[in-house]
Design a protein around this ligand. Sequence first.
Ligand code: SAH
Ligand code: SF4
Length: 373
Amino acid sequence: MSKPQHTELLGLCLQELTTLVENLDEPTYRARQLFDGLYRQRWHQLEQFTTLPLVLREKLRERDIAVGWPTVERKFISSDGTVRYLLAFADGESVETVWMPEGDGGEAGDGSSSGDEELQASAGWSRATICVSSQVGCAVDCKFCMTALLGLRRNLSGGEIVGQVLAVMDDRNVEIDRDRLNLVFMGQGEPFLNYDNFMQAVRLLVEGVGIPESRMTVSTSGIVSRIADFGAESVRPKLAVSLNAPTEGLRADIMPITRKWTIEKLMAALRDFPLRNRERLTFEYVLLGGVNDEVRHAREVVDLVRGLRAKVNLIALNPGPEIPFAMPAGDRVRAFQRVLTDAGIPAYIRRPRGRDIYAACGQLKHTTGLVQL
Ligand code: SAH
Ligand code: SF4
């Protein structure tokens, strides 16, 4: 008899699990038990599936059917409570997933009191955000992003995307009914270039793990062809777009994807995007010192965004080796914010999280030597 093909359960939806148990001549309700064990109970090994009879667990093992949990390879803990996980998959590839207690600061106003909040929260956390990767590396090649330096190594499967969330929830003892957990798909990779697997993961996280879609946000660099598809999904996270520059030429210099998907096409797709009740689009804008951080740029952003139900998150560049840009001056950041808010556009300065362990936006590149910045 030939060796059975290796199968991983994590990532399969209820229907796929049903097909699997039917092929094993098992009753259909075993699929529901597998689904519950995988996503709600977060069981990582077949032995833990005590709701299944021993013979069925044996049968799965004989057929080389495994759970498929990622392994925590390394864990870096920041002075601000952020934890960067290096999670490895069966083929030896790994990605980074970041735990941020007390959210990502996206709503923290000017961030000026964030130090005090952090001290108060140091004993525990009342809400937290997990930043999830969608690909190993990234092909988009934004000039300010350390992930770009990896190139695209491969897509993650739906199971590998869900597995990151489960592994971090497990390590942090998150209880879904007790704790307030947010997810941002803003780690390594471009989610809209791995669209089907990303959406499969979203559905499993909502229906299996029990995280509401309203607590999830996905960020895209502007893969315009997918924005309409995404808007048509019945279950979907909120949408954030990395704008980063207000004019075609400047954006093309720092985000070469602009040559394919221009700002004009991007804004047209966003104007057609069906926002839900009380939902807003988010624009992310990484401020690069002396490049895109002047008041005139802020005015151009106002002209672009006006008329859309949207807010802007301003992110000061997180520096890193081989990144040829400088951080913006603090007063530039505040002046930029003021232009937006004066024009009636809500604008927030994102507080950097975990910079000391290379866990902040754009720093995810498997950095293991800890350099003090
Ligand atoms: N690929 C997606 C999602 C991951 S990147 C995207 O680009 O939207 C998440 C955010 O980090 C993006 O808004 C990106 O513009 C920002 N970013 C990338 N490099 C950065 C850096 N060095 N400093 C600050 N933010 C950065
Ligand atoms: Fe990829 Fe996003 Fe980094 Fe651009 S900013 S290279 S799209 S991960």
